[in-house]
Design a protein around this ligand. Structure first.
Ligand SMILES: Cc1cc2nc3c(=O)[nH]c(=O)nc-3n(C[C@H](O)[C@H](O)[C@H](O)COP(=O)(O)OP(=O)(O)OC[C@H]3O[C@@H](n4cnc5c(N)ncnc54)[C@H](O)[C@@H]3O)c2cc1C
Length: 464
């Protein structure tokens, strides 16, 4: 007697549960769908005397949070839930695109970070939440928590370009990835740059507060330098949806003019209206641009799980942002007590940068620690430090460092202590470019090694 498709499916599920996933408690059938009711995780049961803090997202914010919380509350049971198997840094990746650093320089070990700092790394995707039972659901089972911190970073918001055309979105993601989320997108972009035969290479700067303000301008400079160095007859067309360069304007605009007059065409006010991938045309309000290849960076929004978990609100551009108290980072609503959001997923207008997320992760850890220990914590400003290279041959850089202050008139945070060095010419530019390695290495040490580190304090900030 032959097996029906339904029987075969059941056998398949049972076989899988015997082999790869012995932890499946029960599979349930609903109509034609199969799903696991509950998966037992490898995480031990929560102990009463140890507050359990679960953090979702092992990026710059989540890693910094987990380490700092263990420093502040050594008896806390901290679990870092991260979907990736290893860490890849976006900062410094522009230099990797042009072979200035090895891939190894960007890659780091979650297990080392967890071992050396006394917390648990749990590889899984967070998929749901039971707020009443304080249970985080993940692809590898549910985890009980006392405090939950979400640091999922960003997701792309293609809808502002594609207006619901999912076929176009899928093609954009696959054929012209932005490379603003680490991994395959970066690998694809590197191949595109290295295989480029000449013509127009389009990069975009999306509207709103996007991840890493200077990165698209830095990337334009480094790709242009690559074309120049390798004798490629190519031009970078940088379509900016803003009115002008959003940060370190003087440094970037002088570099565009003086170093890359023949290699970069910068076009502000280029809000994208239509993209035709077959004809390779991008239409903006005033122009029609033809291109040969591209890496198209769309607007961004907070990581999608915030919406799934009922923790998001609508905003103008970044349409789904975290609905949190902007001083304590705690999610709004009684049912969301003891749930926090930090890092690039925050709604505040801070620069969406690694340094900002690293310092903010620590600030939020001190907020959660204070609650655990029954103390009070005063708001602390995150710190933005950002060094961008305008060329790699030779290496020349520009720089910004700032904290933030709340302006009650505008109801917004703004730069409070900006110190910039936008001189990329001569010795100063070379010193700035060297500093980027010191910055990156001290940040990696801060996140992945044990022991107390202060993060990076640049000379120029110490002087002022
Ligand atoms: C090209 C480029 C250059 C940059 N250069 C700089 C620079 O020079 N200096 C600087 O300060 N910043 C820089 N940045 C910005 C910096 O990378 C980000 O601001 C920083 O990564 C934000 O940290 P985060 O922790 O909020 O998010 P992320 O680092 O993105 O971490 C979020 C993590 O959450 C995980 N996650 C998401 N959803 C789930 C889920 N459901 N379950 C489990 N895990 C989940 C993701 O896998 C990810 O690991 C750059 C960015 C880019 C793209």
């Amino acid at each position: 007697m032959g097996l029906s498709r339904r029987d075969a499916l059941k056998v398949g599920v049972a076989a899988a549960s015997v082999g790869a996933m012995p932890a499946i408690a029960k599979e349930k059938e609903v109509g034609s769908e199969y799903y696991c009711k509950e998966i037992a995780t490898a995480v031990p049961k929560k102990q009463k005397e140890r507050p359990r803090v679960v953090v979702v997202g092992g990026g710059w914010a989540g890693l910094s949070f987990a380490k700092e919380l263990k420093i502040q509350v050594p008896h806390a049971d901290v679990i870092l839930v991260e979907q990736r198997f290893e860490f890849m840094s976006c900062p410094m990746s522009n230099l990797w695109l042009v072979d200035k650093v090895e891939l190894e320089y960007l890659m780091h070990d979650y297990l080392q970070a967890a071992r050396e700092n006394g917390y648990t790394y749990f590889q899984a995707s967070a998929t749901g939440i039971d707020k009443k039972r304080k249970l985080l659901k993940t692809s590898n089972g549910s985890i009980e928590y006392d405090y939950l911190v979400l640091a999922p970073g960003i997701d792309y918001d293609y809808d502002l370009w594609t207006h619901g055309d999912k076929e176009l979105e899928s093609r954009l993601r696959n054929e012209y990835p932005a490379a603003f989320m680490p991994g395959s997108e970066h690998m694809t972009l590197k191949k595109k740059i290295h295989n480029f035969k000449g013509g127009t290479f389009v990069l975009t700067v999306p509207r709103g507060n996007y991840r890493c303000l200077p990165a698209p301008y830095e990337r334009a400079c480094l790709i242009a330098d690559y074309f120049k160095t390798n004798g490629i007859k190519g031009k970078v067309l940088l379509l900016d949806e803003h009115e002008g360069i959003t940060i370190k304007d003087h440094g970037f605009s002088t570099a565009f003019k003086e170093l890359y007059n023949d290699y970069i065409h910068y076009e502000p006010n280029s809000v994208i209206q239509r993209i035709d991938l077959d004809k390779k045309i991008i239409e903006t309000e005033f122009d029609e641009w033809h291109f040969d290849d591209a890496a198209l960076y769309p607007p961004v929004r907070a990581g999608r799980i915030l919406e799934i978990f009922g923790l998001a609100k609508d905003t103008i551009y970044n349409r789904k942002e975290a609905n949190i108290d902007i001083f304590t980072y705690e999610a709004k609503g009684q049912e969301n007590k003891n749930i926090f959001v930090c890092g690039d997923a925050r709604p505040m207008g801070f620069s969406k940068s690694g340094n900002t997320s690293n310092t903010e992760g620590k600030n939020v850890a001190r907020e959660v620690a204070a609650r655990i220990l029954g103390k009070k914590h005063e708001w602390e400003s995150p710190v933005t430090v950002c060094i961008s290279d305008v060329s790699y041959n030779p290496e020349r850089g520009i720089f910004i460092h700032s904290e933030y202050a709340f302006n009650p008139k505008t109801n917004q945070f703004q730069f409070a202590t900006p110190v910039t060095d936008e001189v990329w010419k001569g010795k100063e530019g070379i010193t700035n470019a060297k500093a980027v390695y010191g910055w990156a290495e001290s940040m990696f040490a801060d996140m992945f090694q044990g022991g107390f580190t202060k993060g990076y304090i640049p000379e120029i900030a110490k002087e002022k």
